[in-house]
Design a binder for this molecule. Structure first.
Ligand code: 2P0
Length: 342
């Protein structure tokens, strides 16, 4: 019995950085769901026990402990899993070890397969609906994965300003969205493609005793209030100000934790400088955001695409590993690829 889903990655505009208890965020976050950066996963469920996993057709025994600890975390919600064997076949659209987070797309794709199969078993899950359950399971796999369940813009984490927002699962952004943000582009410049020196899991943990933790968490709440007005009105100037502040704050938190560390590379800063210079000269609404790594996400509305791509090709790709980048944009969310096959 095989189930297959594809699920995208996402890029946070207001960042999740810091967590408590079992994968609950220290502050709310909001993201664009991407379109091209995605994981396709097929799970073959059979009676028995155990897990195996392949990536692009190659056995990956080193992934098994992570999958097993994810299954342990979700088994209280899905006890039927204890009598099934899972053969997981997965592949990513983006190059392996490109430094693009695969946990958001990977964990959401796997969670969707599990909830889909649970539904086929007529298992009654606790959440209100399919997507809410998939978001809860995704979150238990990787926090940012909870947001990948929805197309467009997603919010994860409770905010008094957003009805329905919750720490346990993400929701599709319920506010008004100016059409400019429905056609937003994200060019991911691959500055560094190796393993990160400090993982996000460690980075989150370092927020627990961070000297600026309390201020950061309240700042994120304030930013979530601000971005709602920006998304509604299409106020690009403030969108750029706020999202760049979020990106640099994220890295500032890494640089001010104990121990401190730096994930940006010299070329990350060169790209940021070039973008700011180009923006002030051209008045084109081109901006950047950063994930927990050295790569730079260049953001711009669809209307600026031609000029933005010219600029990226002429000025920015020189800073990328082997001139590599990924052209992406806001996408419509996960897709079921197969119906129930016996
Ligand atoms: C985010 N990041 O909001 C933030 C901003 C990276 C920078 O969530 O430990 O892989 O699996 O919950 O979700 C990356 O951390 O961490 C992340 P876990 P995750 O997208």
């Amino acid at each position: 019995m095989k189930i297959s889903w594809e699920s995208p990655s996402n890029i946070a505009l207001i960042k999740y950085w810091g967590k408590k208890d079992i994968q609950l965020p220290s502050n709310p976050s909001i993201s664009f769901t991407l379109s091209e950066c995605k994981t396709t996963t097929e799970v073959h469920f059979s009676k028995g026990r155990g897990v195996n996993i392949t990536l692009d057709g190659l056995d990956k025994p080193e992934f098994i402990p992570k999958i097993e600890s994810y299954l342990e975390r979700i088994i209280h919600r899905h006890p039927w899993l204890s009598s099934y064997n899972l053969q997981i076949k997965t592949s990513n659209s983006f190059p392996h070890s490109s430094g693009i987070a695969s946990s958001a797309s990977g964990m959401s794709a796997l969670s969707l397969c599990i909830v889909d199969f649970a539904q086929k078993l007529n298992f009654k899950f606790d959440a209100l609906n399919f997507y809410q359950e998939a978001s809860i399971l995704s979150r238990l796999g990787s926090g940012s994965a909870s947001r990948s369940i929805y197309g467009g813009i997603a919010v994860w984490g409770n905010s008094p300003s957003l009805k329905g927002s919750n720490d346990e699962y993400a929701i599709k952004y319920p506010g008004l969205i100016n059409p400019i943000f429905e056609d937003y582009h994200d060019v991911v410049l691959l500055v560094d493609v190796g393993e990160k020196s400090v993982t996000s899991t460690i980075g989150h943990a370092l927020m627990n005793n961070h000297p600026f933790g309390k201020q950061r968490f309240s700042q994120a709440h304030k930013h979530l209030n601000e971005i709602q007005e920006i998304l509604k009105t299409g106020d690009i100037e403030n969108f750029i100000r706020l999202t760049e502040l979020e990106a640099l704050t994220l890295h500032g938190l890494m640089m001010s934790s104990s121990p401190n560390y730096i994930l940006m590379k010299p070329n990350t800063l060169k790209i940021i400088e070039e973008i700011r210079e180009f923006r002030s000269e051209s008045e084109l609404p081109l901006s950047f955001t950063l994930d927990a790594g050295a790569n730079v996400h260049v953001l711009f509305p669809g209307s600026a695409k031609k000029k933005a791509m010219e600029f990226i090709n002429s000025n920015l790709i020189q800073y990328c590993k082997e001139n590599r980048f990924i052209l992406d944009q806001v996408g419509s969310g996960p897709k079921r690829l197969t119906n129930f096959v016996k």
